[in-house]
Design a protein around this ligand. Structure first.
Ligand SMILES: Nc1ncnc2c1ncn2[C@@H]1O[C@H](COP(=O)(O)OP(=O)(O)OP(=O)(O)O)[C@@H](O)[C@H]1O
Length: 363
């Protein structure tokens, strides 16, 4: 029987493409620690994303490709997500231990930004990533309600704040510190300061992704906030009407101004799924998100239907990804989480030098 060569194995692996990246697994650097001992091959499948189902399928194709090399008798493959840090510095302090910071934003309020942020965070965690969520929505912090957690944060050392834990996520919210009834007029400047503290003083530990739920809109407050965080990139959530009104475009323009890469757009409340018969209705002419993405050269990350379960679950502290993990809706959120992770991985490791540092005052 022929003895396999390393070259033949690498060549076989080069034929395996990851459809999300449209590149082969060798060029992507996903194959590591390859060893050949006589007829036995071992390697690590170590993508720069969590091990979402799509990535595991690619790993299995890689294993099959190696098994198909003449002379190979045994293949030992270990799958291990090796997520890299892609923080963009923008003149602010990088957050130690936090590999990627993802802003979730929207052109206006009420489009489902927080619901999407929570389910995105849980979708990333469902793929095995270490995930945190920071509720920076100073005008209407809803993460505590959506995760079913409340109360003032504690501190072990009198210096750093301990995040709350919910469904495997580490969570910190401005809502833990202020009373929901506190009038807005008091909140602006005080809350901005508190937010800076939450960002810098929270004991996040080691995180692959920190999802930041920004306040709705694209004004100075959002700009200032985006500049206080070393964002890896931004996800814009829009409804079909919002896309038509080009509110979404303003979101992208805001991030462009401060040099934050756009990871893509999520179209929320697009199709209506009838709760009794399951029929899908195109109330707001769904599909605008894809067209928007094509027109403006941004990634289309997916559409989420307008669905009574999503609303009920988010509003009662059991977001869809954990309340109904086998549902089609949860699968949609996990697919979006994978798409976001893929876009982050495509960012490259350090682009801090590429971007200008524009200083904008808070309003
Ligand atoms: N896909 C969906 N289907 C049905 N209801 C949804 C969906 N997404 C969000 N909702 C509901 O819409 C309401 C607004 O959602 P959410 O609080 O996430 O919006 P938001 O954009 O963060 O709003 P704001 O920033 O103004 O607080 C909530 O009651 C939520 O449960």
């Amino acid at each position: 029987m022929a003895t396999p060569t390393e070259e033949a194995i690498w060549e076989a692996l080069r034929q395996v493409e990851d459809p999300d990246f449209e590149q082969d697994v060798v060029s992507l650097g996903f194959i590591q620690d390859l060893e050949l001992k006589k007829n036995k091959v071992s390697f690590v499948f170590g993508p720069d994303t969590p091990l979402c189902p799509g990535r595991k399928e690619v790993a299995e194709k890689a294993r099959a490709a190696v098994e198909g090399v003449e002379g190979v008798k045994k293949v030992e493959m270990n799958m291990e997500a090796r997520i890299k840090s892609h923080q963009v510095q923008q003149g602010v302090q990088l957050m130690e231990g936090v590999k990627n910071v993802v802003a979730v934003a929207s052109g206006k309020g009420g489009v489902g930004k927080s619901t999407t942020a929570v389910n995105l965070a849980l979708g990333l965690a469902a793929c095995g990533a270490k995930v945190g969520i920071l509720d920076a929505d100073i005008y209407g912090p809803s993460i505590p309600r959506m995760l079913g957690v409340s109360g003032k944060p504690t501190s072990k050392d009198g210096k750093t704040l301990e995040p709350k834990e919910a469904y495997g996520l580490k969570a910190m919210s401005i809502g833990f510190l202020i009373d929901e009834e506190t009038p807005m007029v008091w909140r602006g400047p005080m809350v901005m300061q508190a937010l800076e503290q939450l960002l810098g003083d929270t004991n996040w530990g080691e995180l692959d992704y920190l999802v930041v739920d920004l306040p709705p809109g694209t004004g100075d407050t959002q700009l200032t906030l985006s500049q206080k965080v070393p964002l890896t990139g931004a996800v814009i959530v829009s409804t079909p009407q919002d896309i038509a009104l080009l509110d979404a475009r303003r979101g992208f323009q805001m991030f462009e101004k401060v040099g934050v890469p756009s990871l893509g757009i999520v179209e929320n409340m697009s199709l209506f799924i009838c709760p009794s018969c399951g029929e899908e209705t195109d109330i707001f002419s769904h599909g605008g998100g894809q067209k928007f993405a094509d027109d403006y050269g941004v990634e289309f990350l997916g559409s989420i239907p307008l669905d009574a379960d999503i609303r009920e679950q988010a509003d009662t502290g059991h977001p869809t990804v954990v309340a109904g993990p086998d549902s089609r809706q949860a699968e949609i959120y996990r697919t979006i989480a994978n798409a976001v992770a893929v876009e982050i991985a495509k960012q490259g490791e350090d682009h801090s030098h590429k971007f200008p540092n524009i200083s904008i005052q808070a309003d």
